[in-house]
Design a binder for this molecule. Sequence first.
Ligand code: KG4
Ligand code: ZN
Length: 333
Amino acid sequence: MITLGIETSCDETSCAILENGDKILSNIVSSSLEKHQPFGGIVPEIASRHALENINIVFQEALKKAGVSIYDIDLVSVTYGPGLIGSLLVGISFAKALAYNRKVKLIGVNHLEAHLEANLIGQPLQENSYLGLIVSGGHTILVLYRDGKFKKLGGTVDDAVGEAYDKVAKLIGLGYPGGPIIDKLAANGNQKKFRFTKPKLDSELDFSFSGIKTAVLHLVEDLGNEIHSDAGNLAASFQYAVVGWLAEGVRRACLQTRIKQVLVGGGVSANSLLRSKLKELAAEMELTLYIPPMALTNDNAAMIAKSGYEKHQNGVKSGFDLSAMPNLRIGGL
Ligand code: KG4
Ligand code: ZN
């Protein structure tokens, strides 16, 4: 069975061809990142225009790379939320037109759930329930997946962790997106040079990242020109703090739920320290840990195809009234 995945929820335009839910034949991603860089963040209008101009090119390339034709597609799976409305509508309209023309099934997919399901391509779950950690530019969520349903356990009360990386990078005078730059810079810095305290929150499964951003701002002001020599130490200390909080959240959630399987997803799952900290935690607590391969950490259509394929296996189908849901939550709640 051939599934076409389409992802246009933010700044990436991506099409993927997945065979039988476990083999990626192609996964083409066209990013509009460079066009947003002068603005230091995503400009929705630029993102949707990029999607519109590139969707057909990316689709044709995905077919070509996979060695399949438009007539081989059995299922069309597309992100319908959460994300930027203009960008989402480009993917949804393209998916609908194609599914209608080819008379094949259409499935709308939740981008957040797909980030977790990216882990399961060719690597099935060992148990039916798992703890999910979604860490991206727009979300930081801890969820429990049990009996086919998602339940939110905790999450950020303010900024997402990726957003904190991006803002802190801006404060230190680095480029956009800040996550990969800070990650690289942190490798040669002293993690213990600056200490950041974890904000006190009502729930031990919640996170807050806006305070640390303000703390970094004050440090940058105090350091003045010295920032140049301390940028690596600041990046390392910031990363050490936020990754520690995330890993601690996972540890507590596993203890509370007694779940032994953890799936991680989203752009920040590319972070080197997060990957190593979670591996250490998994060894210590005897957890089975799923972290996506680097190519599947960022937004991509292979994960959308996988999520749609699984939904199809469970008898789910969307109608042609499928529309964009910019604020869609995990589990559809
Ligand atoms: O999932 P994603 O591609 O897009 C959203 O759905 O938001 O995540 C993008 C976010 C950005 O904030 C970026 O700075 C962050 O992921 N990111 C990282 C790393 N690579 C990307 N954050 C920390 N370390 C990284 N290596
Ligand atoms: Zn994402």
